[in-house]
Design a protein around this ligand. Structure first.
Ligand code: FE
Length: 310
């Protein structure tokens, strides 16, 4: 099957066994990234009934290599999230949790546990296997957090699991040109985020712009990149395409991203990473390279050996 320029990925229902592959978006002539397409995040439920917006990983956009999923939980009603994500397994990829408001309690099968508070991040490499729970917790007020899934190269899918817990004060904040930028991963104007040693060399920045604010980010030109606007509206690329709250903008290849706000303020998560260009087989909480490996993961989980050797 030949893929069109705008057809970034192909795949079926996420719950079953699916195989996706990706093709780079076209390179813009002056090497500044343009908006390739804009999609709306989709409302859905996951875990034990948590209401969330799925920006990436929906049928509309199954993945953007190496990123597999991006969910947002944002609610001031605990009924939307209190059931949480009770004990469940992962294998073959990495989960990234980023909190703006509220907290996420997590605990795993080998005794790691903690509480991610406002402004914190956790980069968890599931590798060969982890069984954990993730429970949003908030007495009152807003719960606002994100979970990103990042693929691992085939050769690293069975690596030993690893956590990087990042306290809020470790995330550098840059303030200039009416922009406030938190660098979780990657480098912005010489400031490098605290997450290190990740195979796909990710960029993960939280950019808040007030009216008239501008921001430019240099990115490796071969990386895939997208923006998820989480508040207000942001204009992106040489055409200054408007991307509104709840929308994801897939960007073309290029060596930089330019963003600005004019009449209103805006905030976005900006992500870039090195595409793996490998086959992807997905089965619920597992992301492997073949359907046989997915079946093996389920078998290992049911037999209680998913985390053996970790
Ligand atoms: Fe999980």
């Amino acid at each position: 099957m030949k893929l069109g320029r705008r057809q970034i990925a192909i795949g079926g229902a996420l719950a079953g066994l699916t195989a996706c592959r990706t093709e780079p978006a076209a390179v813009s002539r002056d090497d500044e990234r343009s908006v390739d397409r804009i999609l709306n995040a989709q409302r859905t439920r996951d875990g034990a009934g948590v209401a969330l917006s799925r920006a990436l990983g929906s049928n509309a956009l199954p993945m953007l290599d190496p990123f597999l999923m991006l969910d947002q939980i944002k609610s001031d009603d605990p009924n939307d999230y209190i059931a949480g994500f009770p004990e469940h397994p992962h294998r073959g990829f990495e989960t990234v949790t980023y909190m703006i408001d509220g907290a996420m309690n997590h605990a795993d099968s080998v005794g790691n546990h903690g509480r991610l508070g406002p402004g914190s991040a956790q980069w968890m490499t599931a590798g060969r296997g982890i069984v954990h729970s993730e429970m949003p917790r908030q007495e009152r007020g807003l719960m606002w957090g994100f979970q990103l899934w990042v693929n691992l190269p085939r050769a690293r899918k069975m690596m030993k699991p690893r956590y990087q817990d990042i306290a809020p004060e470790r995330i550098a904040t840059l303030e200039r040109d009416r922009a406030r930028v938190r660098v979780v991963a990657g480098t912005v104007e010489g400031t490098t985020g605290p997450v290190s040693g990740i195979d796909v060399e990710p960029t993960f920045v939280d950019v808040a712009l007030t009216k008239g604010g501008t921001f430019q980010l240099a990115t490796p030109s071969g990386h895939n990149a997208f923006a998820f606007v989480i508040d207000g509206a942001v204009r992106l690329g040489p055409s200054r395409d408007e991307v509104r709250q709840g929308q994801i903008a897939v960007l073309t290849r290029g060596d930089r991203i330019r963003a600005m706000c004019d009449a209103e303020s805006g905030r976005m998560l900006l992500l870039a990473g090195r595409p793996l260009n490998e086959p992807v087989a997905r089965g619920g909480p597992f992301v492997m390279s073949t359907n046989d490996e997915i079946r093996q993961a389920w078998e290992d989980y049911r037999a209680g050996r998913l985390t053996n050797g970790t």
